[in-house]
Write a protein that binds this ligand. Sequence first.
Ligand SMILES: Cc1cc2nc3c(=O)[nH]c(=O)nc-3n(C[C@H](O)[C@H](O)[C@H](O)COP(=O)(O)O)c2cc1C
Length: 342
Amino acid sequence: MNLYHPVNIGSLELSGNIFLAPVAGYTGRAYRSICVDEGADFGFTELVSAESVIRGRPDMKGEEDPSPVSVLLRRADNEKCYGVQLFGAEPERMAAGAALLARWKPDVVDINGGCPVPKVIKTGAGSALMKESDNLGRVVEAVVRASREHLGGVPVTIKIRSGWDSNSINYRECARIAVEAGAAMVSLHPRTRAQGYGGKSDWSLIADLASRLPVPVTGSGDLYIPEDAERMFRETGCAAVMFARGAMGNPFIFSTTRAFLTTGSYEPPDAAQRIAMGFRHLERLAADIGERAACLEMRKHFCAYTKGSRGTQGSKGGAGLRNKLVHAASIEDYRLLLHDMP
Ligand SMILES: Cc1cc2nc3c(=O)[nH]c(=O)nc-3n(C[C@H](O)[C@H](O)[C@H](O)COP(=O)(O)O)c2cc1C
């Protein structure tokens, strides 16, 4: 069986099933464009609050509007399709936020049902949506209606966790309600809100959901190397996989995973290739938000690009280099720090 294959999210036909997960602070348009270059079949913006989309509107002066909301929401130049992830708890506010996405023409609107951050859950959004599954259904319904009326009916999807905590594992119920309300895909990160990002994700829950739902289930959790993706496909029967932490500083994960799934082998990038990719990322980010802001934001990314991780051949430098990288403030600083690497 060929594990790498096309997948349909509602009316959207994707040629492959290796996705970039939404990751706050990492999956901006510059990075998504790098991932598209490396063969990602689909990617999501980070979570964006429906309220900020609504409030941001009066400030938007045109296509080149540089307001943070606008930068967060824009499609990358080479992105044939992408999803915008919204968070919020109020069905009508989520619908209003979704309707305003029309100017960015997303191909999918994804609803965040998994974020564990206090600032988000105290508003009833993110993983707190799973505590009120009736409201979760109303949110999906409202966004589906907004999509039909304002976005040409693009598919609405949802990303959830296994539940709020170990006493309330309710991913089945939440997924069923979401699909009944019109969700065209469910992504499952099988950790509870209480687990945060620690411990191990329980892939058996992805298998369980994939066997029950009439729509594609995308699996998330502990995907770091191509072999992980292959194992997730085999063990769970999910329609697609999404890389999150495993894609940070490693956009090569998309090309290597595709190679592994289709040929059985892959060539890991060496340290020099990873650093060169970091500079490509920096250039695109600087074109979007200016050199200074890009250099500050790239500190964490360069730490990731220079980190020896499973599936790469490691890199010289280590902790000492990363201590210096977190002070870099110009492209020249990065060049000086990285010029004799690897
Ligand atoms: C720093 C960070 C930010 C994240 N931001 C989001 C987000 O904006 N929206 C979302 O649905 N999930 C978010 N996630 C969850 C990931 O998409 C993914 O489901 C999770 O990290 C599990 O995958 P992994 O173990 O392979 O990293 C975030 C995770 C991390 C570590």
